[in-house]
Design a protein around this ligand. Structure first.
Ligand code: NCD
Length: 305
């Protein structure tokens, strides 16, 4: 049984396999000739945290492949969690109805914990500030598609790097490829955690930290902006203090390379000025669309098809 819990679980061969399959899925979607390989499957999606793209693209991916979908959005209120049911019991029940369970939860480590008692594959669709492996895969697919390569890239992450599960999930995948260098650009309050810094050093991953966005713009091939994760702050006062410290402005674009790409997992709030959307280097809407193809490929990978 294959759970998808963390991007750290993948070997390079797995990545290549999923990316190749995602490209086949994209081709099938675009030609309208999709092989309904999941006709006999039921996919359960249970989301204890808000989501637009992740849940809906998992569901669309399942439907495209002919599966049926059962879904609990807003599960803190709409599932029996509201009545005090523990997540373990909820998981046991979902496993008796569905062939795979896609789950998002605010608490880091929860999906990994319930996977231990699960009788069906679990897919982590984001657990707190910890991991978001399907996002990392679609980000990788996007970089490959836009740049034609996954190595020899200068990649900057900007914004809330303390709480970003998307950054934390993508870096280990890009680190498989040679000559990639990372820049972590954030206000001091939102810098990468000590634990993540130790992980980078221990794995000899080349990186620099700075709070000066202007300084690195002309160097990078990928600028990956992140949202300040309001829901992870203990008080709204602390959030208010940092929320607008870091904004990619239209005026910055002139410093970026012609073929650089601007990524964002979305939703974006204030961290990217609206005009930036009009620049052809703004990749985030294409990136979100790639989520559909990658999640189709991920279901097939999980089922060993
Ligand atoms: C991200 C997430 O949930 O971690 N969004 C997503 O999955 N598309 C990023 C975010 O919410 O800021």
């Amino acid at each position: 049984m294959k759970h998808i819990l963390s991007s750290l679980q993948f070997k390079k061969e797995d990545l290549e396999k999923i990316l190749k399959r995602a490209s086949v899925m994209e081709g099938q979607c675009k030609s309208g000739k999709i092989k309904k390989l999941l006709e006999d499957k039921i996919i359960a999606c249970i989301f204890f945290e808000p989501s637009t793209r992740t849940r809906l693209s998992f569901e669309a991916a399942a439907l495209k492949l002919g599966a049926k979908v059962i879904s609990a959005e807003n599960a803190m209120e709409s599932s029996s969690a509201f009545k005090g049911e523990n997540i373990g019991d909820t998981t046991r029940i979902l496993c008796s109805y569905a062939d795979v369970v896609v789950i998002r939860h605010p608490q880091a480590g929860v999906v990994e914990a319930v996977a231990k008692i699960s009788t069906k594959p679990m897919i982590n669709a984001g657990d707190g500030a910890n991991q978001h492996p399907s996002q990392a895969l679609l980000d990788l697919y996007t970089i490959k598609k836009e740049h034609g390569r996954l190595s020899n890239l200068q990649i900057a992450f900007g914004g809330d790097l303390l709480n970003s599960r998307t950054m934390r999930s993508l870096v280990p995948l890009l680190a498989f490829y040679l000559k990639n260098k990372f820049y972590f650009v954030s206000p001091k309050e939102l810098a990468i955690s000590r634990e993540f810094r130790n992980y980078l050093t221990k794995n000899k991953i080349s990186f620099e930290e700075t709070s000066n966005l202007e300084k690195i713009l002309s160097k990078v091939d990928v600028l990956y902006m992140t949202r300040v994760q309001k829901e992870r702050f203990a008080s709204s006062r602390t959030y208010e203090k940092v929320k607008d410290l870091f904004i990619l402005k239209n005026a910055h674009l002139k410093f970026l390379k012609k073929n650089a790409i601007i990524m964002h997992a979305l939703p974006k709030v204030n961290e990217i000025e609206a005009d930036v959307d009009l620049d052809s280097r703004a990749t985030y809407f294409r990136q979100a669309q790639n989520g559909l193809y990658v999640r189709m490929a991920l279901f097939l990978y999980v089922f060993g098809l």
